[in-house]
Design a binder for this molecule. Sequence first.
Ligand code: UDX
Length: 448
Amino acid sequence: MKIAVVGTGYVGLVTGVTLSEIGHCVTCIDIDQTKVEKMKKGISPIYEPGLEELMKRNIRENNLFFTTNHREGFKDAEVIYIAVGTPEKKDGSADLSFIEEVAINIAQNINRNVIVVTKSTVPVGTNYHIEKIIKQNLVNDIKFDIVSNPEFLREGSAVFDAFNGDRIVIGADNNKAAQIIEEVNNNYGIPVFKTDIKSAEMIKYASNAFLATKISFINEISNICERLGADIEGVAQGMGLDNRIGSQFLNAGIGYGGSCFPKDTKALIQIAGNVDYEFELLKGVVKVNQKQQRILIEKLEQRFGELGNKVIGVLGLAFKPNTDDMREAPSIVIIKELLNKGAIVKVYDPIAIESAKKVLEPGVNYATSVDETLYKSDAVLILTEWDEFKEIDLSLFKQLMNQPIVVDGRNCFDLKGALENDIEYYSIGRKEINRKSEELESLSNSIR
Ligand code: UDX
C-alpha cells in the first residue's frame, strides 16, 4: 500500500520505517529540512537500536522516502498516519496545535479517498476533532475515514517492539476502514484488538497511567522496605510470580521519566477533570514520582549533612538505558538540586552526553568515561542502569574515588559484591552496606 507518515519523531519514524519493512511504500513527511536531508541518506535523527539498518535497506529498495512537502508526500497515499507531537501545556493538558495543522494540510492536499490514522497520543475525542477540521477545510471532492491506532513502543527497544508488541489497537467507527488498517498491519504478525475510536484513545492513556501507577506503587513499597529491613528485589520478584500482577514494571528506582509517562499521566488527570472527575489515584502517582526523584539527594544528605563542595560523580543521564533521550529524565532534577546545594558535579553517560548538554544547568562537568567520573569523587550516584555500569569492576570504586560511596538509584549491583569490595553502598529498598557516618569519619581523621 502507499502510505504517508506525518512527523518523524520516535513514533513517526519507527512507524514509517517498520511499515516499509513489512512491504509498504512509505513517505515520511517532516517540516525540518535538515532532518529530512539526513534521513534521505539513511541517517536517523534519534538513537534507536536497529533503526538505521532498516532505514538504509528500505531507502535502497525504494520502499522508503522522505520529504518536507506535504502535497508530494500525500500524492496517491491510501493511508496517512499522523504522528506529530502533543507536548504538555503549562496546565498539564495536551497541546494539539501540531495535530490541527496536519489536519488542515491533509484537507488541502489529498487527491484521493484516504484513511487518516492517528498514532499520536491524543485526548479522548480528538479524532472527531481532526475529522471535523479535515471536513471543514477539504479542497477536493473525496471521502476519508478516521482511525485511532495508538502506539505502545518503548524508546530504546522501539524496533523490537514494533515486531513483537502484545497488541495493535485499532479504533474505528467504520468496519471497512478498521479492516483495511488491520490488513496494513498484517505483516507485523501481532494480534489486533478492534474497538471504537474513543475507547482506543483511552486505552493508550489508561495503559500508560497504569504502568506509571505500578512504578510509583513499587517505589513506595521500596521506601517502606528500607525502613523495615525487607528487600525490594525479593519482594518484587515474589509479587511478580503472581500472574495477575506480572513481573514487569516492578523495578523500584528514582521514578519514571521520558516522553510519555510524565506527560500522559498529567494529561489524563486533565481529561478526567474536564468531565468533572477527580482522578485521585493518578494524582497520587504523579506526586509519589516527584518525591521519588529526590530520594538520592535525601540519602546523600543523610550521609554527608551538607553537600557544599563535595565532588559528586553521576553515572547515567538518559531517562532509561539505550536511548539518548533526556526528556523528563530524573537526572535533570537531581543535578539541579546538587548544584543548588553547592556540590561539584561530574557526569557521564555512554550516549546521552550531547542531548544532556542542551538541558542540564551550566556548571556541570562532563566526563568521558566511568573512570574519569569516579576519579577523586566523594560519592557517585547511579541514575541510569546502562549495561556498562552494571558491568563495572567493583574494585574500581575504592581504587579511584576519594571514598567509595555509591548511591545507586537503579539497584545495579548485588549487595554481596558491594560488601566484598568494601563499598559504602546505598541503593533503593535494600539494606545499606558498610554505612559510615560523617561524624565517625571526621573523628577517625582527627585521631590520625
Ligand atoms: C513508555 C511505555 O512503556 C510505552 O508503551 C509507551 O508507548 C511510551 O511510554 P518509554 O517511555 O519509552 O515507554 O519507556 P519505559 O521502558 O516504559 O520506561 C519509562 C520510565 O519508567 C523510565 O524512566 C524507566 O526508568 C521507568 N521504569 C520502568 C521504572 O522506574 N521501573 C520499571 O519497572 C519500569
